[in-house]
Design a protein around this ligand. Structure first.
Ligand code: ATP
Ligand code: MN
Ligand code: MN
Length: 299
């Protein structure tokens, strides 16, 4: 039988991408197929941060210039490789969204999920987070060097508390510092730890840091957004693309290379594959071995 030309492309093992040439980021010329190729390259490093955990998706069916919606529930007609997760404490409002494998990630691309935002817990232990995120949100007038210094300050506090710290660009305006956790503390414990850490930093340097959104409007300070660490809250996944101009990525970096970064959106779908291919080592290689429980020492 002659091959039939269809506007689809097979990716992963079994997912068909419809409209692979659809342009998702017009300014950067990034298509759906290009996004899929990038995620295939990032998969070995990205997988542990997105498989088997509830995911919220920023879906943009017509690309970043079209309508967008933040989706937390499984939907009718979603790709067969996306799985529905049952929150054991969930209200009967439907299933949450999960993936188990690369086909699942390709299913998310097929569903025009331009950003992937996981919970800080896996669905193997819904009540005990396995990572803690401090989201650094610079206010107006804050320089990039100050954001870097803030990330280092968070790292020092985490390490003083017996936790490891890893850093990634947000792909937006700031940096995210992530501590890998042994899932021992519950949500209340994780949130109160993160809150105390942020409050201590703001108390010590009130000219640099704030911990509430209203005060963050104050010019020249960084909001230490600790509220990613509560049940059901999400933050963008390591290696996720962002639905913003330039097709930026939330990119894990090493502490050593941080000072040389030009900004929070330096890494993009357009340049990330070269970075992955040329990188001698995964800057987050030690993440999973570095898990420790919260609370061995006060923050
Ligand atoms: P930036 O560097 O610009 O602050 P970010 O990833 O830290 O980037 P946002 O993209 O503004 O910040 O997202 C803030 C948080 O809110 C994220 O943790 C995300 O998971 C969540 N979020 C984003 N959009 C929505 C939405 N529409 N509804 C609910 N939560 C959202
Ligand atoms: Mn942020
Ligand atoms: Mn924030």
């Amino acid at each position: 039988m002659p091959a039939v030309k269809t506007p689809t492309a097979r990716v992963g093992h079994g997912v068909m991408l419809t409209h692979p040439d659809r342009v998702y980021w017009p300014d950067a010329g990034i298509t759906k197929a290009r996004l899929a190729d990038y995620y295939k390259a990032a998969w070995p490093r990205m997988a542990p941060f997105i498989i088997d955990r509830p995911l919220a998706l920023l879906r943009c069916p017509e690309g970043i210039e079209g309508p967008r919606f933040f989706q937390k529930n499984a939907w009718k007609g979603m790709n067969a490789h996306i799985v529905a997760l049952d929150d054991p404490q969930g209200a009967p409002r439907g299933h949450l969204i999960g993936i188990h494998d690369l086909d699942g990630l390709m299913g998310l691309v097929q569903g025009a999920a331009l950003e992937i935002h996981p919970w800080q817990a896996s669905c193997h232990d819904w009540e005990r987070p396995d990572q803690l995120v401090m989201d650094l949100d610079p206010g107006e007038g804050v320089g990039w060097a100050d954001v870097i210094a803030a990330a280092r300050a968070v790292r020092a506090r985490l390490e003083a508390s017996g936790l490891a710290a890893f850093v990634k660009t947000s792909g937006g305006k700031g940096l995210h510092v992530i501590a890998p956790l042994e899932p021992v503390a519950d949500w209340a414990g994780a949130k109160s730890f993160a809150h105390a850490l942020a409050q201590d930093m703001a108390a010590d340097s009130p000219d640099r840091f704030v911990t509430t959104v209203s005060r963050a409007r104050r010019h020249g300070r960084i909001l230490l957004d600790y509220l990613r660490n509560q049940r059901g809250a999400t933050s963008v996944a390591p290696y996720s693309a962002r639905a913003r101009p330039g097709a930026p990525i939330s990119m894990p970096v090493s502490w050593a290379e941080l000072d040389a970064l030009t900004g929070p959106a330096q890494f993009t779908v357009g340049n990330a594959m070269e970075r992955l291919a040329s990188q001698r080592a995964d800057p987050w290689a030690d993440f999973h071995a570095a898990r420790r429980p919260i609370g061995t020492r006060a923050p």
